[in-house]
Design a protein around this ligand. Structure first.
Ligand SMILES: *[C@@H]1O[C@H](CO)[C@@H](O)[C@H](O)[C@H]1NC(C)=O
Ligand SMILES: *[C@@H]1O[C@H](CO)[C@@H](O)[C@H](O)[C@H]1NC(C)=O
Ligand SMILES: *[C@@H]1O[C@H](CO)[C@@H](O)[C@H](O)[C@H]1NC(C)=O
Ligand SMILES: *[C@@H]1O[C@H](CO)[C@@H](O)[C@H](O)[C@H]1NC(C)=O
Ligand SMILES: *[C@@H]1O[C@H](CO)[C@@H](O)[C@H](O)[C@H]1NC(C)=O
Ligand SMILES: *[C@@H]1O[C@H](CO)[C@@H](O)[C@H](O)[C@H]1NC(C)=O
Ligand SMILES: *[C@@H]1O[C@H](CO)[C@@H](O)[C@H](O)[C@H]1NC(C)=O
Length: 921
């Protein structure tokens, strides 16, 4: 068929003239036309179409310009083919077309003429993508022949990228690139998930093969190539306007519709065919054909032109088709045809027809999927701005996250099934960035970790960064930033949701006054503490801070007295005067020496946690305490930040009081030594009690339920009683402590937040897992987003431990979680099998059942399906009521009495069947 030769013809069309201004965006019709490889920044107006052809400056930042070899520079070769841009480096290189309308259909067209531009005489092959979706394989078969590929797609964003992907079969290059908008009513086969790739677009009825119709004759600038076959076909034409019908889906231009063909032998049919073109990723593409018809002759009343359209011998319509006089109509496939080795179209007259069949124009497309979604549009746009602003010299091309194999270096993406990938971390440390901090960083709404350390960034820190609600680590150390830390960020530091590092910025001051102080010896303290003072206005914290500051200055013999900053508060210094406010500062500050005395030189280790060891001790007045000495390794991350974090923790702990939370008695910050002093919990951890080989006192079910309820109430308080809600982050049996009355108290809250990075302070990553294996919320693992529901999940695991007496992770043939273990047994109907055998059946099975049910709700995969801690508390109270109705010591009769509401023993059996009794389900 003719599809090959017209490619060459295209190259012959149009040379160029005039020079105008630079443009890297659509013109007034929304067209973008790029002469790839044209030198400089200024384009030109093309002669025949009068369209502006831009250079590719501003559309791509990779590759090199080349002229094609002189032997292919024929006089009539279009100017666009005189040069190419080639991409010898990198696997993927892209053009970015901007200022589009998201959700609109566009024609994207790329043209290629090799012309031995590299003097290698090797015809390359490479892949072409629209955004992240495969478009077509470009296989250059003729060095002097132009090749055109066109696609119609819905563009999901306000930009689209066209990417050339090196498939190790030659260097990708491109001669020209066009983009044309289409209204969404056009080409109804194209939707968000499906695009069309042009196979051929032909105009019938012309006699001269060079008569190509495009803009302005076709307002959409489709390229209609003549198909001339004088042997088999007779041309008919009109000079009258051919109108489009209502509800037209193709807008075939009148210039195309004004010519048509009929068979030279009137009794014959019109026949043509095309072969499928296998693609690497689609060996048998689906095809769609669109046939354009219009009657061009005013027929006498007794004449009939009626015909069938057949594909491979099968008729498209059951009845014949009669085109209307001077109206353009199309017969088209809505869905791809069945796959055939060849597609033969024949148009034959029906028996009733007095005239031979006719056809005016013809288009064939193959179908491609555009269902793969790229990175979230805002994230992607922000990254492109950042890349351009800082001239990031990395292999950052195409979509930042998709495909995974080509994801940009130095960033981490989060991939979810139902939404577009998001950027969750960006590490641009030591990347030679200069200039100010781009506001585009604040558009990375899902970013959790942002590292801009060790660059030459100047200017102030944008407060907009505080709006990044997912951001947990912001590293700005080692830059030339100036100004003060914006209040929004200070708030985030204060509420513990953000970890900010900003050391080594000589010009950065915490506020106007402290700039001078900062130059003095103790800038360490001022840097961190002064901004916090200004934000935090509770009496207790200000007083605490003052103590901290004063101790420090005293110990260093420094004369700075930051009294100005705490005006209004008279600090209490271990027995000094109280602030005039009614709030009491209950926490005591210990020296390291005092703790040494209390713990008998840190003799008895009560436990080891993620942050260091816990020691047994006694205060002067005989109060027994647990001293949590923070390990040195957790401090290496920089004294400043550490101080700030301890400050936050101390502040949180000072304010939090609940019967189910371990109380803090005091703290120690003495030189390098940091410690937190808690009330002593003589019965140790819950874990010790329920462990299978436990030497501790056995816990009966009711006790377990009470521990569960108490722990739930403690967590509820953290979630509901604190503003902002405090997420524990590490709920587990080992963090639930028991006092002498076996009452549960939650420990370690607030700490995980502040000190989740103990051992490796240089390598802070959002991928650092917070939590303990077996207890970690799977949704958090996937999204890296911690919520109160993550605590609910962990609590559910604890509840299962209480029921089963098994650890969170069962070490058996294969490590399995307690959740799976329970679910497998329940699936088999083995209810009693999940219950800790050590309880010897001395429990109300309904109460246990209900607890299992609560635990399974808490450990649902999707956090939205989990109850809130408040609901858990209410449900556990119901459990406890069920258990309290359960008769103890074998007094079975009581049970039936209760169930029937009477005391007649004869009612025992029926009572079992009522639904009111505790035994019934
Ligand atoms: C390409 O040819 C033009 C003139 O035709 C010349 O000015 C230009 O320098 C050439 N470019 C290269 C890269 O050879
Ligand atoms: C697009 O069209 C195809 C074929 O008709 C269909 O299967 C698909 O569901 C459509 N996609 C959308 C998003 O409508
Ligand atoms: C086709 O048109 C071109 C330019 O319009 C002309 O030079 C050429 O002679 C024509 N060819 C025929 C076969 O008429
Ligand atoms: C025309 O096509 C129809 C439908 O496929 C077929 O039934 C008929 O035999 C064909 N007629 C001729 C003359 O080929
Ligand atoms: C041909 O004409 C007859 C009589 O008018 C009609 O019944 C028949 O359906 C027509 N055939 C077609 C294919 O339209
Ligand atoms: C980008 O460069 C890095 C380091 O040079 C390399 O590890 C990575 O594979 C490259 N990625 C791509 C998509 O080329
Ligand atoms: C900052 O810029 C100076 C010169 O402008 C350069 O010497 C220095 O290496 C840069 N520092 C970093 C971290 O890029």
């Amino acid at each position: 068929m003719a599809a090959r030769s017209w490619l060459l013809l295209l190259c012959l069309a149009a040379t160029a003239g005039g020079v105008l201004q630079v443009r890297a965006q659509p013109d007034s019709q929304g067209f973008i036309s790029i002469d790839c490889g044209f030198p400089g920044k200024t384009g030109y107006v093309e002669d025949t179409t009068k369209l502006w052809y831009a250079t590719d400056d501003g559309f791509t930042d990779a590759g090199a310009n080349h002229n094609i070899s002189v032997q292919f520079m024929t006089p009539r070769l279009g100017k666009r083919y005189h040069n190419v841009r080639s991409f010898p480096d990198g696997e993927r290189n892209c053009y970015t077309l901007r200022s589009l309308e998201a959700g609109l259909k566009y024609i994207v067209r790329a043209l290629f003429l090799y012309g031995n531009y590299d003097n290698l005489n090797r015809l390359p092959m490479f892949d072409l993508y629209i955004g992240v979706n495969f478009w077509t394989m470009v296989n250059i078969s003729d060095p002097g022949g132009g090749q055109l590929t066109e696609a119609i797609v819905v563009v999901p964003d306000d930009f689209v990228q066209v990417c050339l992907v090196n498939t190790v079969s030659g260097t990708p290059f491109i001669s020209a690139l066009d983009l044309r908008p289409l209204e969404n009513r056009l080409y109804p086969q194209v939707n968000v998930t499906q695009g069309l790739v042009l196979n051929t677009r032909n105009n019938f009825g012309l006699t001269n093969e060079t008569d190509i119709i495009r803009y302005p004759d076709d307002p959409h600038d489709r390229i209609w190539l003549p198909w001339v076959n004088p042997i088999d076909w007779v041309e008919i034409s009109t000079t009258s306007m051919v109108q489009s019908i209502d509800d037209d889906h193709f807008d075939a231009p009148t210039a195309v519709m004004q010519t048509a063909i009929t068979p030279r032998n009137a009794s014959k049919s019109i026949e043509f065919s095309w072969d499928p073109e296998p693609q690497p990723k689609d060996p048998s593409p689906g095809y769609i054909a669109i046939l354009h018809f219009s009657e061009l002759q005013l027929l006498p009343s007794n004449a009939v032109r009626q015909f069938y359209v057949n594909l491979n011998g099968m008729s498209w319509f059951s009845s014949g088709f009669t085109p209307h006089y001077l109206y353009a109509e199309a017969d088209y496939a809505r869905k791809p045809f069945l796959r055939y080795p060849q597609y033969n179209i024949s148009i034959n007259a029906t028996a009733n027809s007095t005239l031979p069949p006719i056809i005016n124009a013809f288009e064939v497309f193959s179908v491609i999927t555009t269902a793969i979604v790229g990175t979230d549009a805002l994230d992607a746009s922000a990254m492109m701005v950042i890349k351009a602003k800082y001239q990031v010299n990395k292999n950052w091309t195409g979509d930042p996250c998709v495909p995974k194999t080509l994801a940009w270096d130095r960033l981490t993406c989060k991939y979810a099934i139902s939404s577009r990938p998001r950027i969750t971390s960006l590490n641009l440390s030591s990347s030679g960035l200069s200039g100010d901090i781009s506001s585009s960083f604040a558009d990375l709404k899902a970013v959790q970790y942002l590292d801009l350390s060790n660059n030459n960034l100047t200017g102030s820190i944008p407060d907009a960064l505080s709006q990044l609600t997912s951001l947990t680590v912001l590293d700005l150390t080692g830059n030339q930033l100036s100004g003060s830390i914006p209040s929004g960020l200070l708030k985030r530091i204060q509420d513990g949701s953000l970890h900010l590092r900003y050391g080594n910025n000589p010009n950065l001051c915490s506020n106007g006054n402290s700039c001078q102080l900062a130059k003095r010896k103790n800038k360490l303290v001022i840097y961190i503490l002064v901004p916090v003072i200004l934000v935090v206005v509770t009496v207790s914290t200000a007083a605490l801070l003052f103590c901290l500051l004063r101790r420090r200055t005293e110990s260093r013999g420094n004369s700075v007295k930051p009294r100005n900053e705490v005006t209004g508060y008279v600090p209490r210094n271990n027995g000094g005067r109280m602030p005039s406010s009614s709030l009491q500062l209950e926490n005591r500050r210990f020296t390291y020496l005092e703790l040494g005395v209390a713990t008998d030189n840190f003799r008895r280790v009560l436990g080891r946690g993620g942050f260091g060891c816990v020691y047994d001790g006694f205060l002067e007045n005989g109060t027994r305490v647990a001293v949590k000495l923070l390990s040195k390794s957790s401090k290496n991350q920089g004294d400043k930040e550490f101080l700030a974090e301890v400050y936050v923790v101390a502040q949180i702990l000072t304010r939090i009081h609940h019967k189910n939370l371990v109380s803090m008695i005091g703290y120690c910050k003495d030189g390098d030594n940091m410690a937190l002093v808690y009330e002593h919990m003589p019965e140790g951890t819950l874990q010790e009690h329920i462990a299978e080989n436990s030497s501790k006192r056995f816990l009966p079910w009711r006790q377990r339920l009470q521990i569960a309820l108490g722990s739930a109430q403690g967590l509820e308080y953290l979630h509901k009683g604190c503003n902002p809600p405090l997420i524990h982050r590490d709920v587990k049996a080992a963090n639930i402590l028991l006092n002498a009355r076996l009452e549960a108290k939650i420990a370690d809250f607030g700490l995980s937040k502040a000190f989740s990075r103990d051992n490796d302070d240089t390598h802070v990553s959002t991928n650092t897992l917070v939590g303990t294996s077996g207890y970690v919320d799977p949704e958090y693992l996937m999204t890296m987003q911690l919520t109160t529901k993550s605590d609910v999940y962990s609590f559910g695991v604890v509840l299962l431990e209480l029921v089963t007496g098994k650890p969170a992770v069962l070490h058996g043939l294969e490590n399995s979680s307690i959740i799976q273990w329970v679910q497998q047994r329940l699936a088999r109907g083995d209810i009693e099998g999940v219950v800790d055998a050590r309880m010897h059946g001395d429990h109300d099975i309904n109460s246990v059942w209900k607890a299992v049910d609560i635990a399974l709700k808490c450990t649902m995969q999707a956090s939205v399906q989990r109850p809130a801690m408040t609901d858990v508390v209410a449900l556990l109270q119901e459990c406890l009521e069920l258990e309290d109705r359960h008769p103890k010591d074998g007094s079975m009769a009581d049970r039936f009495v209760y169930a029937t509401g009477g005391d007649n023993p004869s009612s025992r059996i029926p009572a079992m069947d009522t639904s009111t009794g505790p035994a019934a389900r």
